[in-house]
Design a protein around this ligand. Structure first.
Ligand SMILES: C[S@@+](CC[C@H](N)C(=O)[O-])C[C@H]1O[C@@H](n2cnc3c(N)ncnc32)[C@H](O)[C@@H]1O
Length: 448
């Protein structure tokens, strides 16, 4: 296996979309987005994503879009603009749409003050028909969460929390500038459960500098003891050319590809032994969680938040850098706060770029999503579904032959199945269908 991790230590996308974000272009702007919104079928349930780009400290591993703020004023100002953006989008829609999924990501959405949660969710309930069973999920930083704060989230209607842990090890926490003792995480989870926010996801990481296999095993045991319904086990993505604060981490102490693989395997084995189901590339879920259900039914999806059981066909993104997707394509908001604010004040959608999907994009996007989610795809069925000739994918099958010879996939009757040892390489299998890969745009993190 070590041989394979060395041989396939390549840089490939994580495929949270296809085409991936570096291929978005400037042809999608405010006017086109307005047309797409106006044309939306009123029966379509919506998923809404909100980006809150603030943290009070920078974790040195962080690869997300965020700003460090020490005062509340910029956050309070941002909230006003976000409320205006909600109004702007809702007014462009042909009716008051059902919203079945609300997700707050960051940054740290829990930088918002407790009463502001109620304000924003109240506004959403005016503008959208938030369904009674809607999933209302927040990425939560335990370091800034008090009991009163969690009560405020509950009062506002939040019913899911994604908890950032990363590592339970005190030395690693020091190295990544994120001091969060185990007891703190356990206490916050207890409060969440007391207030009925019992859909708990936990984010863990492997591949951090000086992290060892023994450590990740212990971390998995501690996580299991807290019984999260879902775990995301992210391989640290070292991209200092994009995130210069990552240069603070000791590059020489980063585990190599073989060690990363061992860490993933060791942690994964712990979760599977404890009864979790392995989901796709890097998630684990308890059998009674919706994610396991979606996996077993073949209805699991992949979006910018990772794996999701959310099957709303349209996602509208709000806030700086937020990405949405509609039938016609992807839309991404601008990142600079000032431009975002000015655009909304002028009544324009703050779109920076996007991508109008071609027939080929949809076809390849479908295949890539099924590989990433089901670890398997029946190309004959795909050709039938998209009414295209069976020979369409002969070049891709040719490309995959070395992976088949190395036991990463099985190729049988036009069906590709990623084997258990191939799971960590699933991005490489998906990459065989990526028509943009060789265009040279975008540098990615390691495949394993
Ligand atoms: C936007 S962060 C939200 C976490 C929240 N701000 C907190 O502090 O708890 C979402 C998750 O992305 C993951 N993440 C961030 N940077 C990463 C990187 N460079 N490589 C891999 N995963 C990363 C972390 O697991 C993190 O919990």
């Amino acid at each position: 296996m070590n041989e394979l991790t060395k041989k396939y230590d390549l840089m490939v996308p994580r495929y949270t979309s296809y085409p991936t974000a570096p291929h978005f272009n400037e042809s999608v702007k405010s006017d086109l987005y307005r047309q797409w919104l106006e044309a939306l079928d009123p029966a379509t349930p919506l998923s809404l994503y909100f980006h809150i780009p603030f943290c009070d400290e920078m974790c040195s591993f962080c690869g997300c879009y965020t700003k460090i703020v020490k005062r509340y004023d910029p956050i309070a100002d941002y909230l006003e603009v976000l409320l205006d953006e909600i109004d702007l989008v809702a007014k462009a829609l042909p009716t008051r749409f059902k919203a079945s999924n609300l997700h707050w990501g960051g940054g740290s959405p829990t930088m918002l003050k407790g009463p502001d949660w109620k304000r924003i969710i109240d506004r959403l309930r005016i503008r959208f028909d938030v369904t009674d069973d809607a999933a209302i999920a927040v990425e939560l930083d335990p370091r800034t969460s008090t009991k009163e704060y969690i009560k405020a989230l509950h009062t506002a209607g939040v019913n899911r929390a994604s908890i950032g842990v990363q590592s339970f090890d005190a030395d690693i926490q020091k190295a990544i500038n994120r001091i969060q003792p185990y007891e703190m995480t356990a206490k916050v989870i207890g409060w969440l459960r007391n207030y009925g926010i019992d859909h708990i996801n936990m984010d863990l990481m492997y591949g951090l500098p000086n992290q060892t296999t023994e450590m990740v095993k212990r971390e998995a045991e501690l996580a299991i003891g807290l019984k999260p319904a879902r775990v995301a086990l992210f391989g640290y993505a070292h991209v200092p050319w994009m995130k210069s604060h990552q240069k603070l981490l000791d590059e020489d102490a980063l585990p190599d590809a073989g060690e990363r693989w061992q860490q993933f395997e060791a942690s994964s084995a712990k979760f599977v032994e404890a009864g979790y189901q392995a989901v796709g590339l890097d998630h684990f879920s308890l059998p009674d969680d919706e994610m396991s259900d979606a996996l077993n039914k073949g209805t699991l999806h992949r979006n910018f938040q990772g794996y999701t059981a959310d099957n709303a066909p349209v996602m509208i993104g709000f806030g700086v850098s937020a990405i949405g997707h509609m039938h016609q394509g992807y839309i991404q908001n601008i990142s600079p706060l000032r431009q975002y604010r000015e655009s909304i004040a002028a009544g324009d959608f703050p779109i920076e770029r996007g991508l109008e999907l071609s027939k080929d994009d949809r076809l390849r996007g479908y295949i890539i999503e099924r590989i990433m989610c089901d670890l398997s795809v029946d190309l004959s069925a795909v050709c039938k579904k998209f009414t295209i000739p069976k020979a369409t994918f002969y070049p891709e099958i040719e490309k995959l032959k070395p992976l088949s010879e190395d036991g990463i996939i099985k190729l049988l009757n036009n069906t590709i199945t990623v084997t258990e040892i191939g799971r960590p390489f699933v991005r490489l299998v998906a990459a065989a269908f990526d028509a943009y890969l060789d265009s040279g745009k975008g540098r990615h993190s390691r495949a394993v």
